[in-house]
Design a protein around this ligand. Structure first.
Ligand SMILES: NC(=O)c1ccc[n+]([C@@H]2O[C@H](COP(=O)([O-])OP(=O)(O)OC[C@H]3O[C@@H](n4cnc5c(N)ncnc54)[C@H](O)[C@@H]3O)[C@@H](O)[C@H]2O)c1
Length: 353
């Protein structure tokens, strides 16, 4: 499969701005084919198809999945829809990319990972930060530092997200005045989530911090364990984790600001690697990477400038390349399953006040 054929289930805001717009560019470069789109709001699907010069609008996800010409589906949904839709997509024998978080429960995630494996298809989760050029550069530096021991042992990781304006100037998605009622979302939760407060805290955790937990796993390449956690409702959280002898903190709060404020700091015995990940929908920025290390004259901070590229666009390129057998997936579901397990443990041990 050198030029994979892709279908889209869901043409909402992120489906349009962060995904379809990028695949349309890849199609125009001759790297994939877009078979068509579908949305429960048929008039939205038609308007979006017209904008992106897509000739086919399927009447339902079933109709799209019945098309034998489609190799893979980009399914961008509110997360409670992921489990049902991904089950159908994988059972149809098609590869899939969904947005994060993967699903609400560990047993659902395990079932889907096993299903994808049994069908021999790709299952990718939209942790686009793994494709950010700054993150890529930092991961390379990190691996070199682990090898050379130049800064000594890795002691701790601090993953922090205070959020802020995540859209900035990304443009306005098409919206239509379509009265079609959507079925109510039916989120599923870990067993420990019994109260509305715990469920709100879990939604905050999976919606925001799944990214930060996923990035920790990306660097550590091993699953973390959870020691303690607390949530101030769905406005602030802190979790203490561990991976071997590395202490990990994941924390943040909802605090208004003009841009996204998020970082991952890896602290070594004799220095520090810091990655400041950018506003998600800003196409013109990549993560800023700094390295604190000792030079002859004393400690110095080096700032690295990775090529400017949009992580969402590179994620689309990466998915198409994986489908074409040219590169491995960078956020395969079997690795993202680690995040679902860790988030289950966090909410299970957490104090929510
Ligand atoms: N990676 C990031 O940084 C980031 C940032 C923001 C949001 N997100 C993720 O994006 C997702 C939300 O995406 P969105 O804004 O496009 O959502 P949305 O609600 O705007 O769009 C979903 C669309 O899917 C359609 N739909 C629902 N069920 C369907 C079905 N069975 N068949 C066809 N269409 C169906 C709906 O009508 C809707 O138009 C969330 O999971 C969120 O976590 C990720």
């Amino acid at each position: 499969m050198t030029r994979p054929t892709i279908g889209f289930i869901g043409t909402g805001m992120m489906g349009q701005i962060a995904h379809l717009a990028n695949y349309a560019q890849l199609r125009d470069r001759g790297e994939c084919v877009i078979a068509g789109v579908t949305d429960l709001k048929a008039s939205l699907a038609r308007a979006v198809a017209e904008k992106y010069l897509i000739s086919q609008v399927y009447e339902s996800d079933e109709a799209l999945l019945a098309d034998p010409g489609i190799d893979a589906v980009i399914c961008v949904q509110q997360w409670p829809n992921n489990y049902q839709l991904v089950t159908r997509i994988l059972n149809a024998g098609k590869s899939v990319l969904t947005e994060k978080p993967m699903v609400g429960r560990v047993d659902e995630a395990e079932e889907l990972v096993a299903l994808a494996e049994s069908k021999g298809v790709y299952y990718a989760v939209g942790f686009m930060k793994r494709y950010d050029t700054g993150v890529e550069l930092a991961k390379q530096l990190f691996m070199e530092l682990q090898e050379s021991r130049e800064l000594g042992a890795l002691l701790a990781i601090d993953a922090h997200c205070n959020g802020g304006d995540w859209i900035q100037n990304a443009g306005t998605p098409i919206s239509v005045d379509d009265p079609t009622p959507l079925p109510p979302l039916q989120p599923t939760f870990p067993d420990a989530c019994q109260t509305p407060e715990q469920r709100a805290a879990y939604h905050y955790l999976v919606n925001i911090f799944s990214h930060n937990i996923n990035l920790c796993h990306h660097f550590l390449d091993a699953e973390m364990s959870v020691r303690a956690a607390q949530f101030r409702g769905d406005r602030a959280m802190q979790a203490l984790l561990r991976c071997g002898d590395v202490a990990v903190t994941v924390r943040g709060s909802v605090s208004a600001a003009h841009e996204w404020r998020e970082h991952l700091v890896l602290t070594f015995e004799r220095g520090e690697l810091a990655i400041h990940t950018p506003t998600p929908l800003n196409r013109q920025s990549s993560a800023r990477v700094t390295l604190l290390h000792r030079e002859k004259s004393g400690f110095a901070t080096t700032e690295y400038h990775a090529p400017v590229a949009w992580a969402f666009f590179r994620e689309a390129e990466g998915f198409v390349q994986a489908l074409a057998g040219q590169a491995p997936l960078r956020a395969p579901a079997e690795k993202c399953l680690w995040d679902v397990r860790v988030m289950d443990r966090i909410i299970t041990v957490a104090e929510v006040f």
